[in-house]
Design a binder for this molecule. Structure first.
Ligand SMILES: [Cu+2]
Length: 629
């Protein structure tokens, strides 16, 4: 089921040319998948995301990749990540963690006393929780995989791991957003006052240190941060009728690889020597909430699962093993207007989806799995890595659950939050960004010479993006990557909307617009190379998003409005002092495949006030610290 826009790509996005029609059609298409109020009798067809843009199957080199020791599935209970309201202080520290009953405890890192991941922070919309994060990490669990040839990485990172705290999806002050080149180490701390969004949303916090994010995220420094509001309260009597308490479960999914002794492993093939950036790590064991292939006992009722993919490379396509449908009720930035019935759900790295699964009609003793059917990335396949099918098994008990119905609507009705705005009212600027892999002559350490990048420029370019506060922009994210890799693009500070995707002729695009040497901006307009009509986003992508999947051979269009200083209550372009005394300015945007962001696929962006474009870059005499508190 693919929705197509009636026309091709419009000439430009200015003055609303992108088209009211586009958005209305898109919105109308979404309605077709949603429950119309009072139409409960007409059984809707579950939506299934199309398969034609996913990774192709390629022959791999058999026996070429390393494998974890064989592990029995579904022997460990799914751990419930503890909830914590308004913590004052969270320590990041190493600990031994057992990933499976039959594996020995292994070095790991976690927040707040957990040996892996961290507590789910529960906080209210509009609040500004102030939290002190302390770095007590000594030897990095993945010390052997630290690659000092990467930009921003040093030998010190092995035994004094850097830490950068980023609250993903929040409109934070730039000094409290976790600038990647501004880490703190053993014994030091930062105190951030986060800015919560104005409505309920499933955010998450994680390490964002330059060049080592993939290793620290893999080792455990990821956790949920759930913003609640007067409707999505998290209490059993919430006005939306959403499952709460024992019937609401946060999941963090990540495919991993283990040494026989239970230790986490990152070098998944002999082409990747430990200590050298690998391009992308594909595991062979699905770990959920820190346990390999766990099981969960469920009552016969409706459950809410808050899904976060902390995968480093692979996208997942989630489904139930018997094909029965489930509902998606929210995405990165909060709830959808109405539950979307699906038979499968694509989840890219760093994306969050909020889903409901109804076990009401199942017989006691029945078992059903949440499975993954997404073909793994090309690079992983070449190295012989295989798709991981099982995720978690649900064992249905005899008790009846507390929640027995799926809400018809989540927004726009009485005693509900306002419906999602249909679209931004116009577009002030059209921006093309290229996602590519390029030879980097300055980077001669094994595979990292294949630098992943945005716009053909490295992180430390002066030719980075400037957006204007209050401006609405449409971005065409052109996946020109010859390796057929799907990327997951993330913009800090904002929540955006997905407009749609086109197929394009990548070969001709590259041939007629050959990229110059790495370091020179390269953003050819893909308009002339489109080979399809616009595909509407999946109906579960219609809400607020901060991370978007950019499949291979496609142009993915998003629309983003940059907030103003007055709306934010602080200047998003304020010069601030990094933790090591350096003057900084701006935010970052990047691919959230952590191997990619660690090797240049990340850039700064400044969100300037009017007239700010000509202002000084990182002036030497800025204010010593920001003063919005
Ligand atoms: Cu990427």
């Amino acid at each position: 089921m693919v929705n197509e826009e009636a026309g091709g790509m419009p000439d430009h996005c200015g003055g609303g040319v992108l088209g009211r029609r586009t958005f209305l059609q898109v919105a109308g298409a979404a309605g077709a998948f949603a429950f119309a109020p009072g139409a409960a009798s007409a059984a809707p067809q579950p939506y299934s995301p199309p398969l034609n843009h996913e990774q192709p199957s390629v022959p791999g080199i058999p026996f070429f990749s390393y494998h974890s020791p064989p592990l029995a599935k579904f022997v460990d209970e799914l751990p419930r990540l503890p909830l914590i309201k308004a913590p004052r202080r969270l320590v990041a520290a190493g600990a031994l963690h057992r990933f499976h009953r039959d594996l020995d405890p292994a070095p790991s890192v976690g927040f707040g006393g957990l040996s892996h991941h961290g507590p789910t922070i529960e906080t209210m919309a509009g609040e500004q929780p102030q939290i002190t994060f302390v770095n007590q990490m000594r030897t990095h669990p993945m010390a052997v995989d630290v690659d000092p040839s990467l930009h921003g990485v040093s030998e010190m990172d092995r035994h004094r791991p850097p830490l950068v705290i980023h609250l993903h999806g929040a409109p934070n002050h730039p000094a409290e957003d976790g600038f990647p080149t501004s880490p703190f180490r053993l014994g030091r701390s930062v105190t951030y006052r986060f800015t919560n969004p104005p409505h309920a949303a499933p955010l998450w916090y994680h390490d964002h240190s330059m060049g080592t994010t993939r290793l620290s995220v893999y080792a455990g420094l990821t956790a949920h941060y759930h913003v609640r509001d007067e409707w999505d309260t998290g209490e059993p009597d919430n006005p939306l009728g959403l499952p709460a308490g024992d019937y609401e479960t946060a999941l963090i999914m990540c495919d991993k690889l283990f040494y026989p002794n239970g230790q986490l492993r990152y070098d998944n093939t002999p082409t990747v020597m430990a200590g050298h950036w690998s391009g992308g790590m594909a595991g062979d064991t699905m770990v959920v909430n820190g346990k390999a292939w766990p099981k969960m006992s469920v009552d016969r009722g409706v459950y809410r699962f808050r899904i976060l993919s902390a995968s480093q490379l692979n996208d997942y396509r989630l489904a139930l093993s018997d094909g029965s449908p489930f509902w998606v009720i929210g995405s990165d930035g909060g709830l959808l207007d109405a539950p979307v019935l699906v038979s499968a759900l694509n989840v890219g790295a760093a994306e969050r989806y909020d889903i409901l699964i109804d076990f009401s009609d199942r017989a006691p003793g029945e078992r059903v799995q949440l499975i993954n059917t997404m073909q793994i990335s090309w690079a992983g396949q070449v190295n012989g890595a295989k798709l991981i099918r099982s995720v978690v098994r649900f064992d249905v008990g005899s008790a009846r659950g507390r929640y027995r119905r799926i809400p018809e609507r989540l927004r726009g009705a009485r005693n509900q939050p306002a419906a999602l705005p249909r679209r931004h009212a116009g577009h002030d600027r059209h921006r093309v960004a290229t996602l590519n892999v390029t030879l980097n002559p300055q980077q001669l350490s094994w595979l990292s010479v294949l630098t992943m990048n945005l716009n053909n420029v490295p992180f430390h370019t002066n030719d980075f993006e400037h957006a204007e506060q209050g401006a609405t922009e449409c971005w065409d994210l052109v996946n020109a990557d010859a390796t057929m890799q799907s990327h997951a693009m993330h913009l800090h500070l904002v929540q955006f909307r997905v407009v749609g995707r086109w197929d394009f002729d990548k070969v001709r695009y590259l041939a007629e617009n050959p990229p110059p040497l790495f370091g020179k901006r390269w953003t050819p307009d893909p308009k002339r190379y489109l080979t399809s009509r616009m595909f509407a986003p999946a109906p579960y992508e219609f809400g607020w998003k901060d991370t978007v999947r950019c499949p291979p051979n496609q142009v993915t269009r998003i629309v983003v409005r940059w907030p103003t200083k007055a709306e934010l209550g602080f200047d998003p372009d304020a010069v601030f002092t990094g933790l090591n005394g350096e003057k900084l300015q701006g935010y970052v945007w990047h691919c959230h495949l952590t191997d990619h962001e660690d090797n240049e696929m990340m850039q700064r962006i400044r969100v300037v006030g009017s007239g700010g474009r000509g202002g000084p870059e990182m002036p030497m005499h800025g204010p010593g610290h920001h003063g919005h508190h």
